[in-house]
Structures are given as C-alpha cells and as structure tokens.
Design a protein around this ligand. Structure first.
Ligand SMILES: [Zn+2]
Length: 147
C-alpha cells in the first residue's frame, strides 16, 4: 500500500504533457522538422525526418482540438489479455489543424461521435491496478457534449 495516496501513471511515457495543476491543459507531444516543416506524432526519438532525411526534428506541443477522421466502436475486449480498459470502447483517428493525424481512443458519449466532428484531447483513467494506482492515457472527447 502507499498510504492511500493514488499514483497517476501514464500508460506510455513521452506521448503527452501531464498538467501539474488544474489550470494547466495536457498537450500531445509531436516532432516538427525545422527544415521541411513535416509533423509527426508520436514524436520521433532519433530526430530523423523521414520526409527530408535531415536530423532536424524538434519537440512541439500539438493542438488540443481537432476533427474526427474516422472511428470504430468496439463491443468486445481484444483477444490476448493486454487490454485492461472499459468495453465498449471507441477508437479511430483525429486530424489536428497542423496537418497531423493522431490515432486515439475516444471518450464521452459515443452517440456524439461523427466524421468531421470537433473533439478535444483529455487525459483519462484507463484502469486501476490492485494498489489503486491509476493508469491514464490520452483520449479525444466530442466538444458537442461540453456545451
Ligand atoms: Zn524534414
């Protein structure tokens, strides 16, 4: 046990910034090529732009809002036992205004998912382990239901 204090653990390191306070918003972290302007998500660790073959990538925070390019609602847990999140779940792709396409899970009311629909990035609990630690990941949520 850890004195009843829950730990928040990103499922994958380096994909996004975690807010340090409630006023801060999370951002996905990508790479931008300062030579040819190509954008990547997730960021490329080795800094090599596969578009222009230069080692000219820098880390950038990506927009928090985008539009749904495609989505699927999955009613059964995937085989293999690696998935610990809720079922049904929704995933697909979101296009950010910078021109990068992000693979993501969706959250909120799945009835509000629509192609071209506006969504915003959030950090959400995916599951909890036996010690009560929360494993979190980024998801996108329809803006519709926040009005
Ligand atoms: Zn480049």
């Amino acid at each position: 046990m850890n004195n009843g204090e829950k730990r928040i653990i990103p499922l994958t390191e380096g994909l996004y910034t975690l807010p340090a306070s409630p006023d801060e918003k999370p951002h996905l972290i990508g790479s931008r090529c300062i030579n040819c302007n190509e954008l990547y998500f997730p960021k490329k660790e080795k800094g090599l732009c596969i578009h222009c073959q230069q080692k000219t990538l820098e880390e950038v925070e990506l927009s928090r809002q985008g539009k749904i390019a495609s989505f699927t609602i999955v009613l059964q847990p995937p085989a293999g036992g690696f998935y610990h999140g809720p079922v049904p779940y929704a995933y697909g792709y979101v296009d950010l205004p910078e021109g990068v396409r992000v693979e993501t899970q969706f959250t909120g009311n799945f009835n509000n998912l629509e192609i071209d629909g506006d969504v915003e990035m959030v950090i959400e609990k995916l599951y909890e382990n036996a010690e009560g630690d929360e494993f979190v990941t980024y998801k996108f949520k329809p803006l519709k239901e926040q009005k």
